[in-house]
Design a protein around this ligand. Structure first.
Ligand SMILES: Cc1cc2nc3c(=O)[nH]c(=O)nc-3n(C[C@H](O)[C@H](O)[C@H](O)COP(=O)(O)OP(=O)(O)OC[C@H]3O[C@@H](n4cnc5c(N)ncnc54)[C@H](O)[C@@H]3O)c2cc1C
Length: 306
């Protein structure tokens, strides 16, 4: 029996058969519609299953990677070795008093809508962010003046030893589009947000306004991974790119959006290397023109194609 078959058999002892896939095409799970295959793609249905998979990964030295909604990731064409864990089956959302509790496979948009239905204010900023709760914590996602850091009370994570641990928001080092979740090797499984009671119509008005702004300014009609670059101190990435005359520039099928300069869209069957080359071209041009380093917000992972 080869090594891959052995790992598959071990995974079947931990996760239901229908939730273990081999050689899964990751582009089907990514907003950019790009990326190679995962050796194993699993969708656990309980925290215990996740814990057991982490323990297997430690014992047998098999790497694992978390994949949320794939809205802030570029995965290279060679794909990902080891196990990709996706928590789409863990998507329960409920409320207790003024808190909303969401499992990390739930969409943050759904948590935002759920809070609206419960007349709770604080998650309006997230009403158009297309990630999961887990991905939103990992990135400390934010928009229009709000961010996860403002509303997160605590999270439950599976740590790198496979233990289920509570982490207070203050322990996660949440900062501008970053946290220590990756450095700690944590898997976020659940988040508790503290919100404030408010009038349904008032919350809805804010969400409708933010949705209008988003839809009118962002190229949502094309696959993309949102804003590619972080805001450099004292500047706006989009403005620097616009002033560098880069809008409409393309490499292969990837193009700097004409609608929002901070977005790179997959306009016409782009490859991951088209995308990465265009990101580097934008960084180089902005550096030459304005002396500013654009740091990527989007994560690039995976293997190059052989
Ligand atoms: C059209 C568009 C608009 C966007 N607008 C915004 C915006 O306004 N504000 C904003 O902040 N972002 C925005 N984004 C980016 C993106 O939606 C956010 O960063 C989001 O939080 C990513 O969540 P995800 O589930 O898609 O994560 P993924 O892209 O799947 O993963 C991102 C990172 O999180 C890790 N991760 C995912 N789940 C877990 C978990 N459970 N435990 C540990 N690690 C995990 C992954 O390993 C990866 O490193 C936008 C993207 C798009 C495509």
């Amino acid at each position: 029996m080869n090594k891959k078959q052995k790992i598959y058999n071990k995974l079947l002892e931990l996760v239901k058969e229908e939730n273990v896939k081999v050689d899964e095409m990751l582009k089907d799970h990514l907003y950019t519609k790009l990326g190679g295959k995962a050796d194993f793609f699993i969708t656990p249905t309980s925290y215990e299953e996740i814990q057991n998979v982490v323990k297997l990964s430690n014992e047998d030295n098999i790497p694992f990677t978390l994949l949320g909604n794939g809205s802030n990731l570029i995965i290279k064409d060679g794909g990902i070795r080891g196990i990709v864990i996706n928590l789409k089956h863990l998507d329960t959302i409920y409320s207790e008093g003024n808190t909303v509790v969401a499992q990390s496979g739930a969409r943050i948009i759904d948590a935002s809508r759920y809070a609206l239905d419960k007349n709770l204010s604080g998650l309006e900023f997230a009403c158009g962010i297309p990630g999961t709760v887990g991905g939103a914590l990992y990135m400390n996602a934010g928009a229009y003046g709000g961010e996860i850091k403002d509303v997160l009370d605590y999270a439950f994570v599976v740590d790198k030893q496979g233990n289920l641990v509570k982490r207070l928001a203050a322990e996660l080092d949440l900062d501008y589009r970053t946290s220590n979740i990756s450095a700690n090797g944590d898997i976020v499984v659940e988040a508790t947000f503290h919100l404030k009671p408010a009038n349904y119509e008032d919350i809805k008005e804010v969400m409708d306004d933010l949705t209008y702004k988003r839809e009118s300014k962002q190229p949502l009609e094309y696959p993309s991974c949102g804003s590619v670059f972080k805001r450099p101190p004292g500047y706006f990435a989009g403005k620097l790119i616009q002033d560098s005359d880069l809008q409409g520039t393309n490499i292969g099928g990837a193009e700097v959006s004409k609608k929002h300069a901070g977005f790179i869209i997959n306009k016409d069957n782009a490859t991951t290397s088209d995308y990465i080359s265009l990101i580097e071209h934008v960084q180089k041009t902005v550096k030459e023109k304005f002396g500013v380093d654009l740091e990527r917000e989007v994560r690039i992972i995976g293997d190059d194609k052989d």
